[in-house]
Design a protein around this ligand. Structure first.
Ligand SMILES: NC(=O)N[C@@H](CC(=O)O)C(=O)O
Ligand SMILES: [Zn+2]
Ligand SMILES: [Zn+2]
Length: 350
């Protein structure tokens, strides 16, 4: 069936394999926006202070479950923030009892709240070796932090300088390159058949760097890794709609209040949780690939993480443009919702 002829699509309930839920008032406000559509999410540990130990992950998970509105179901899949002092045994115990599903590597200084990340990769070698042994995935923010490297090149350089050596030394380690933004990353994942996958965000399928910089600076499109030129966006779309099992959705929905984004040194992060599924349906429809949406949002992720597919479904129905708020209200302040720049015709019902 031609995509234009498809006006209704029922897929397994999706999961988000890279999500920021924050804590406190922000958590309270943003959690329902994800739980409305998504069954599970890999929850990022970059709180202040970060979620480093199994005990901290259990505490954070409890706070998430306490913030979940009655009547909603959601299973937060916790991650541990890798530091140079992380204890391999604590990580292994957390994986064994299901407390944590992955470990997150932030190169020190690469992104929001990454100061406790890794500077000396030799120091984390025992943890990585243990993870390889037990089959625990490592989620990677793949950008070098060297100030001499152009910000638009930091992902490609990371692949050569950091990722390739790590993978060479730890061939059994399962790695997810998070929020890939370049043709280079797509090619690297495609060239490697074992233990490597990548998440792609909603916004990187829609915006390129012109959206941020041309015709006035748009802080609400600023995130890390920063969106690249159009050829890279096209490569990401091709990967996402291909059905290739190594690519799956990680929205990287990353809420910051408007005052935090709209200042001299504004925060990186785009809040896409409320309208992500409608945005993705537009992207997949435009690519003539609506029938591949389910693989990207609901099948490839659980397969890589060794988890069962969800059994519930959601239905996307095409019609008049769907309404979504320009921002959500939180007790910390307003948070602007991602504006894709075109109307969204796909309504989601659960
Ligand atoms: N993506 C972002 O621009 N920001 C994320 C951090 C991250 O995922 O790198 C955040 O925590 O705000
Ligand atoms: Zn990141
Ligand atoms: Zn993120």
């Amino acid at each position: 069936m031609k995509d234009k002829a498809i006006t209704e699509l029922t897929i397994r309930r999706p999961d988000d394999w890279h999500l920021h839920l924050r804590d406190g008032a922000m958590l309270q406000a943003v959690l329902p926006e994800t739980a409305r559509h998504f069954a599970r999410a890999i929850v990022m540990p970059n709180l202040v202070p970060p979620v480093v130990t199994a005990e901290q992950a259990r505490g954070y998970r409890n706070r998430i479950m306490a913030a979940l509105p009655a009547g909603m179901t959601f299973d937060p899949l916790m991650t541990l923030y890798l530091t140079e002092d992380t204890d391999p045994d604590d990580v292994a115990a957390a994986f064994a009892d299901g407390t944590a599903r992955a470990v997150k590597l932030y190169p020190a200084g690469a992104t929001t709240n990454s100061a406790s990340g890794v500077a000396d990769f030799d120091k984390v070698r025992p943890v990585l070796a243990k993870m390889a042994e037990i089959g625990m995935p490592l989620c990677v923010h793949g950008e070098v932090t060297d100030h001499n490297i152009d910000i638009f090149d930091r992902e490609a350089v990371f692949i050569d300088k950091v990722l390739k050596p790590i993978r060479k030394k730890n061939q059994d380690l399962k790695i997810v390159m998070e929020h890939v933004t370049t043709q280079d990353a797509v090619d690297y994942v495609r060239d490697n058949t074992k233990n490597l996958a990548a998440t792609i965000t909603t916004h990187h399928l829609i915006i390129n760097r012109n959206h941020i910089l041309a015709g006035g600076i748009k802080p609400h499109f600023y995130c890390l890794p920063v969106a690249k030129r159009e050829t890279h966006r096209v490569a990401l779309v091709q990967a996402a709609v291909s059905g290739d099992k190594r690519f799956f959705l990680g929205t990287d929905s990353a809420p910051h209040t408007d005052p935090a984004k709209l200042q001299e040194c504004g925060c990186a992060g785009i809040f896409t949780a409320p309208n992500t599924m409608s945005c993705l349906a537009e992207v997949f429809e435009a690519a003539g690939a609506l029938t591949k949406l389910e693989a990207f949002t609901s099948l490839n992720g659980p397969r890589f993480y060794g988890l069962p597919e969800n059994t519930e479904t959601i239905t996307l129905t095409k019609g008049d443009p769907v309404a979504y708020p320009s921002h959500i209200v939180t007790d910390d302040g307003p948070v602007t919702v991602f504006d894709p720049g075109f109307p969204l015709h796909w309504n989601v019902s659960v």
